[in-house]
Design a protein around this ligand. Structure first.
Ligand code: FEO
Ligand code: CA
Ligand code: CA
Ligand code: CA
Length: 594
């Protein structure tokens, strides 16, 4: 009898063919239905989307741009058919959103010509969406009159909480308390806590600030470590808080983990300072055997760190309210991956080791505001861009996506390739299966890239087909059966001859290291989400920035709103720009995603 392709694999679906074209593709026998597009109604009274007549007011009532993290919070106990979809809107692509920003010959986009109306649309397109959804007759629908529906934007009032809240370094002209901040930005991945709150991670916040710090300002070294200000957006021209010459402390109020109570649309989101300030990728969590909750955190920058946060208190399953401030007290750890295959979790506690006043840390607040510098002093391992990190309660291990690092010149055990163009995945086994442990072991699950090119050094199993390998792991999900799904950011015709997508990766048994392509995105898009619902009958994925990209798309047209774009996904209507969208994947006729 012939050996089945992928013997031992826990995935039965028929693999999609890797490649590049203008639309999305899902495994045979599955439907991939667009559920929510940029501009779609979130409320019963949301104005219709008209890309030629957009306003900030309209945008604040519509689905935002560049959907990234996708989470689901059941509205009935354990339901996989009725709940709140929570979605991050990471950033905006002006050249894809607004007509006339890129000229026909592709002149450089500048922020200089942005007017206030456009900036305010951008700000309203950031943040997140909370929206009720329901599955009826096997298909998902948005419930626009859902009582919890909400848009969170770069203007939403938020509260700073935890050890750094109220610190002088968080005070501004507009907020003498150091606790009241407006908005959240660049929310990449995130999480849903065991108590059903929505976590939005603030990632590349540096891009939103412009201007020059006053000479010899006390925050100069801090901001340099984080790349502030980068000046990628024109917001500071119209809103003083994004201009560091006017509000020099404002950047200290971004780069945090934000927790939102989605069950109260008037709740004030909390920026939880206990989890540190860096370019937070996400915050997926697990309840430890002793009841404490462990959050895994990546800092997505070349040569930055992997962290985890262990709550001081324990999770109370029968009293939701008792959990609502668990994120204000606990211990933040940074990871050192040693050559002998062990990992040490180094506590970031004031007064311990080098984290003292002599080194400029007067209190825990200073450690949390300058978390990266604290990690430097603790000699944590400099990683190849830590993205999403997912604990797996089924096999007791933890999966770390390391997307790439082409600037690496010196390899180490945990980052074994110089010029790491395709990234890798590390698997951690915490000591004794205790997620709160301060040590564990690790190994590399996969070195990504094309296994047929020897110099790449990819380590996919030999059962992996030419469609099954990928580069640049970014977001990931563990499903109810403990299977790993990996989505990517950066595959392209030039980089890997394929678009980004969602791959199913075996982690156990003889199929370990085997990967299969389940879904792929249209040209220029990045694959975000992903999320498998507990009943295993729906996968949600987020198609981010379809049609983006430049010279990479030779033969696919230019990356702009209307000048011969590479794709007009998902509407394929000449009057519509490309629209980032959340897609619901279900099996035709119903059943589990196998
Ligand atoms: Fe927004 Fe690290 O990807
Ligand atoms: Ca992204
Ligand atoms: Ca990401
Ligand atoms: Ca990424």
């Amino acid at each position: 009898e012939a050996k089945a392709q992928g013997a031992g694999t826990r995935f039965d679906f028929t693999e999609v063919e890797a490649g590049v074209d203008a639309t999305h593709h899902v495994a045979e026998g599955y439907d991939a239905d667009v559920l929510l597009r940029w501009g779609d109604a979130i409320f019963a009274d949301s104005p219709a989307f008209d890309p030629t007549a957009q306003t900030a007011e309209k945008q604040a009532r519509q689905f935002g741009y560049n959907n990234d993290y996708v989470g689901f919070i059941p509205l009935e106990d354990g339901s996989s058919e009725h709940g709140l979809l929570v979605v991050n809107h990471e950033y905006t692509n002006e050249h894809l959103m607004f007509p006339g920003i890129v000229t026909v010959n592709g002149d450089e986009i500048t922020v200089a010509d942005a007017d206030k109306a456009r900036v305010d649309i951008e700000m309203a397109a950031h943040g997140g969406t909370i929206v009720e959804i329901r599955k009826t007759d096997g298909k998902w629908q948005v419930v626009t009159d859902g009582a919890n529906n909400r848009r969170i934007t770069a203007d939403t009032e938020m509260q700073m909480t935890g050890p750094a809240a109220g610190h002088d370094r968080l005070k501004t002209n507009a907020d003498a308390t150091g606790t009241k901040v407006f908005g959240t930005i660049n929310n990449c991945a995130g999480g849903v806590t065991p108590w059903g709150t929505y976590i939005m991670a603030e990632e590349n916040f540096h891009g939103y600030f412009m201007g020059e710090l006053p000479a010899d300002h006390a925050e100069a070294a801090n901001y340099e470590r984080y790349g502030v200000p980068e000046g990628s957006y024109a917001w500071g021209n119209f809103h003083d808080r994004f201009d560091v010459s006017k509000e020099p402390n404002e950047p200290n109020r971004f780069g945090w983990i934000v927790e939102v109570d989605p069950m109260d649309p008037n709740s004030i989101p909390k920026k939880r300072t206990a989890l540190g300030r860096f370019k937070h990728e996400g915050a997926e969590s697990i309840v430890n055997s002793d009841g404490r909750v462990v959050f895994y955190l990546g800092d997505d920058e070349r040569f930055d760190y992997v962290y985890k946060f262990v709550t001081a208190g324990t999770y109370n399953e029968s009293d939701r309210a008792a959990n609502m401030d668990l994120l204000d007290e606990g211990t933040l750890y940074v990871a050192r991956f040693d050559e002998d295959g062990t990992v040490a979790w180094l506590p970031m506690v004031h007064g311990e080791g080098p984290l003292t006043a002599e080194n400029g840390f007067e209190s825990q607040a200073d450690i949390l505001i300058e978390t990266r510098r604290a990690g430097d002093l603790l000699e944590a391992t400099k990683m190849d861009r830590p993205e999403d990190i997912e604990p797996n309660g089924t096999n007791g291990r933890v999966y770390v996506m390391l997307t790439n690092n082409t600037r690496r010149e010196e390899a180490d055990a945990a980052n074994p390739r110089v010029n790491n163009a395709f990234g890798h995945i590390i698997e951690i086994a915490e000591e004794g299966g205790d997620f709160a442990a301060t040590s564990g072991t690790w190994e590399i699950l996969l070195q990504c890239g094309d296994p047929s090119v020897a110099e790449v050094g990819a380590t996919f199993s030999t059962e992996t087909t030419k469609n099954g390998w990928f580069g640049m792991p970014d977001n990931c999900a563990v499903d109810a059966d403990g299977r790993l799904w990996v989505s990517t950011d950066g595959n392209s015709p030039k980089a890997t001859g394929r678009t980004d997508g969602l791959w199913a990766v075996d982690t156990d048994g003889e199929a370990r290291g085997t990967s299969k392509l389940f879904f792929r995105v249209p040209v220029g898009a990045e694959m975000c989400g992903p999320l498998m619902l507990p009943d295993m009958q729906t996968a949600f994925v987020a198609v981010q920035h379809p049609g983006d990209g430049g010279e990479d798309w030779e033969g696919f047209g230019r990356p702009s709103y209307y000048e011969d774009p590479s794709t007009r996904w998902p509407d394929f209507d000449d009057a519509m720009p490309v629209r980032p969208s959340v897609v619901a994947i279900t099996k035709q006729g119903g059943g589990r995603i196998a």
